[in-house]
Design a protein around this ligand. Structure first.
Ligand code: SF4
Ligand code: SF4
Length: 356
């Protein structure tokens, strides 16, 4: 059943939940809005879409996977013993204020990290302990295109609770059992009145209607395979890219990483850090050979991964949630909507469509 929370009670509700969960929420950080641990000194910003999404709460930009230490084996002086202590950083976490596109990004992570042959225990442990409370968008931005890729401003995939802002408060709806359990905690939620539920429905419908009509992307995997060797197309699309990587670091679905061992004397840590497929070094081999030597190859890979290779592996699910951060924060305004639309509309002569 839908509940209601007054605007004035939001702080107190979060404070009550904060006794059980570590709360991350969008807060003002310089000129940006970023998801950070919510503390007294932070200003909560849920009136605008966050500049930096919540992905790093479950997939940190840099995390310790294990600590290791070496010691001399006195029974066998020519050898060393190694001790390994895996890291366990998962704690009960409440992600408050994600947008439906951000929450849907966690669905993509689940597909890559928990539903494949090899499970990523570090991500899985954090995901298991996280509750995601999203806020439906009642105002869309001109970079939003969640409806193009299967989402919507009021989508619930990846969320446990959905809040819809209405006059003076929020209509609060559980999505999962985890969400039901969360809403039983705290004393400030009341039952939502029928007119409050109706108001929320109308606001959500208006937001959905405000987005431009969605193109049909069913043909995209095939079309992108057809364009695989058409480097004229990819050079044209990537011409203004400066390979800064902002698009991948801000993307709610990008999940590539690198692993390094940092050793200091006999102690060390194995670290996992985000990697970025738009950077030249991403595929640089030790031999010096680079199979993606130019930015055209790298943009082809980024778009291909999201709209072709990932859907091929995951029952057609596109690995883009349409949040538009890659457009908004790109220093040269390269627009992925324009790239996929051009790819969709690119008609190749029959003899060029045969992949060798
Ligand atoms: S943010 Fe823009 S310029 Fe930077 S790598 Fe991505 S597409 Fe290129
Ligand atoms: S793309 Fe925009 S409208 Fe759609 S869920 Fe994300 S923030 Fe909301």
């Amino acid at each position: 059943m839908a509940k209601y929370l007054k605007n004035d009670d939001l702080g107190q509700w979060l404070a009550e939940l904060g006794t059980e969960y570590k709360i991350h929420a969008p807060v003002q950080e310089g000129r940006s809005i970023a998801f950070r641990p919510l503390t007294q000194d932070k200003i909560l910003r849920i009136d605008r879409h966050a500049t930096i999404g919540p992905k790093e709460i479950l997939f940190p930009a840099c995390e310790e996977l294990m600590h290791f230490s070496y010691e001399k084996d006195t029974d066998n002086p020519g050898r060393e013993k190694i001790r390994v202590q895996p890291a366990d950083n998962a704690v009960p976490t409440l992600i408050f204020g994600s947008r439906p596109c951000d929450a849907r990004g966690f669905d993509v992570f689940d597909g890559a990290f928990t539903q494949c042959a090899v499970k990523d225990n570090y991500y899985a442990a954090r995901r298991e302990q996280a509750v995601v409370v999203s806020i439906a968008c009642t105002r869309t931005e001109n970079t939003c295109f969640c409806n193009w890729v299967g989402g919507s401003p009021d989508g619930t995939n990846g969320s446990d609770v959905l809040l819809t802002p209405i006059q003076d408060g929020f209509v609060v709806q559980p999505v999962t059992e985890k969400g039901e359990t969360l809403l039983q905690k705290g004393s400030l939620l009341t039952g939502a009145a029928p007119d409050q539920v109706r108001e929320a429905e109308q606001l959500r419908a208006a937001a959905c209607a405000s987005l431009p009509e969605a193109p049909d992307f069913k043909c995209m995997p095939e079309q992108l395979y057809n364009l695989f060797d058409n480097m004229d197309f990819w050079e044209k699309q990537s011409a203004k890219c400066i390979s800064c990587g902002a698009c991948t670091y801000l993307c709610p679905t990008c999940h590539c990483f690198n692993i390094t061992d940092e050793r200091n004397g006999n102690e060390g840590e194995r670290l996992r850090s985000w990697d970025n497929c738009m950077s030249r070094q991403f595929t640089q081999e030790a031999s010096g050979h680079n199979p993606r030597p130019e930015k055209a190859y790298r943009l082809k890979n980024r778009v291909g991964h999201k709209f072709c290779y990932f859907p091929d592996l995951h029952e057609g699910h596109i690995a883009c949630v349409g949040c538009g951060r890659c457009i908004k924060s790109c220093p040269v305004s390269l627009d992925i909507r324009q790239v996929v639309t051009s790819a969709k509309e690119c008609h190749l002569p029959a003899e060029e469509t045969d992949n060798e």
